[in-house]
Design a protein around this ligand. Structure first.
Ligand code: TXA
Ligand code: MG
Length: 323
């Protein structure tokens, strides 16, 4: 299959909705990362996502919806969940909630769980496709399982180009990290994945918040157990400078001249700019190193734990541990 990378005008959106209705896959921009979209109610289409990504069947998908009314077709909301959705949607927050009986989702979407992960994305193209299609869209990040999430259309082509027929290309994703996942299906709400919506953002709406990643007996996001977010090169975190066998991923002003190839997540230390650049720069450094046989690792300068910085460090630690 040859992939078509298209400008998402009205005609392209209509065509993409037709591909979804026919059980096909579409590369879809969201504000977080690019998704690999399929009709969430069609077994064969959702199975196609798992095949294209080589994703383990135990790892459930996020259902994307146009609004709260569409979300309530699939999940059971109480008033508290509605309040949180009203506050953070559309946006980079995924809610895990009990499945509504008669929900109609493909059984592959939830990987046999009694809950479903749902999000209303804040991207005009994703919203336009949801409006045109009129039903839930299952969409994991549009990369092969275990590798870096895509934040540009080119990343999607590189990772999945031969298994998707059309990519709606809308440039670089503004957030650049996957959504925060908040589990509201348990007595104690838990953050299953950190993202742009932080614990501090959520705190006013929740009492105590558990962190499932560090709480062994709390329910976990199945995807968090798997190898994740891996560039090809090794990562060395909290590095002040690069060693002879390293390229540098900098943050903030760099003093002196860098001997090694380097990229800067944000020259003026803007944490949101750093998040938006993270996956693309890891991709770029991996590419650069292909022509530099003496390079085997990326030295990453310290990133502050403020705002989305917590999520950046979470992704970096996972990437470092996966080698
Ligand atoms: O920002 C995002 O969330 C992007 C864009 C495309 O929306 N999507 C994304 O999907 O990152 P994916 O499949 O790469 O990550 C989904 C995560 C996985 O870790 C999965 O285990 C978790 O959501 N998940 C899905 N359903 C769940 C459920 N019912 N309970 C707990 N975790 C769930
Ligand atoms: Mg993913």
């Amino acid at each position: 299959m040859t992939v078509r990378v298209v400008t998402p005008d009205v005609t392209a959106i209509r065509e993409a909705a037709g591909i979804l209705a026919a059980g096909g896959l579409v590369g879809l921009p969201t504000e977080t990362v690019y998704g690999l979209a399929a009709n969430a109610e069609n077994d064969a289409a959702v199975a196609g996502i798992f095949a294209a990504k080589n994703r383990p069947a135990i790892n459930p998908l996020i259902v994307h919806v146009e609004n709260l009314a569409m979300a309530e077709i699939y999940a059971l909301f109480d008033d508290h969940a509605r309040e949180i959705a009203a506050e953070f949607w559309p946006g980079a927050l995924t809610l895990v909630l009990p499945l509504r009986p008669g929900h109609g989702l493909s059984r592959h979407v939830t990987a046999g769980l009694e809950t479903v992960a749902i999000r209303c994305p804040a991207h005009p193209v994703a919203m336009a496709l949801l409006r045109a299609f009129g039903r839930g869209i299952a969409a994991p990040s549009a990369n092969r399982s275990g590798s870096l999430s895509p934040t540009t259309p080119q990343h999607v082509v590189q990772s999945l180009g031969d298994s998707v027929s059309m990519i709606l290309a809308a440039g670089k994703c503004a957030v650049g990290l996957e959504s925060t996942i908040l589990d509201l299906s348990t007595p104690l709400p838990a953050i299953l994945r950190h993202g742009a919506v932080t614990r501090a953002d959520l705190a006013p709406f929740l009492g105590e918040i558990a962190d499932a990643i560090h709480t062994p007996d709390a329910p976990k996001s199945p995807g968090q157990l798997l190898r994740h977010y891996a560039p090809r090169l090794k990562l060395r975190l909290n590095a002040e400078q690069a060693l002879a066998h390293e390229v540098l991923l900098a943050f903030g002003p760099i003093l002196g001249k860098q001997a090694t190839p380097s990229l800067n997540l944000s020259g003026n230390g803007d944490i949101n700019e750093a998040a938006a650049n993270l996956f693309d720069m890891l991709h770029q450094l991996d590419h650069m190193a292909m022509n530099l046989p003496h390079i085997s690792a990326i030295a990453v300068m310290p990133i502050p734990e403020t705002g989305i910085g917590f999520a950046i460090n979470d992704r970096l630690r996972r990437a470092a541990e996966s080698h």
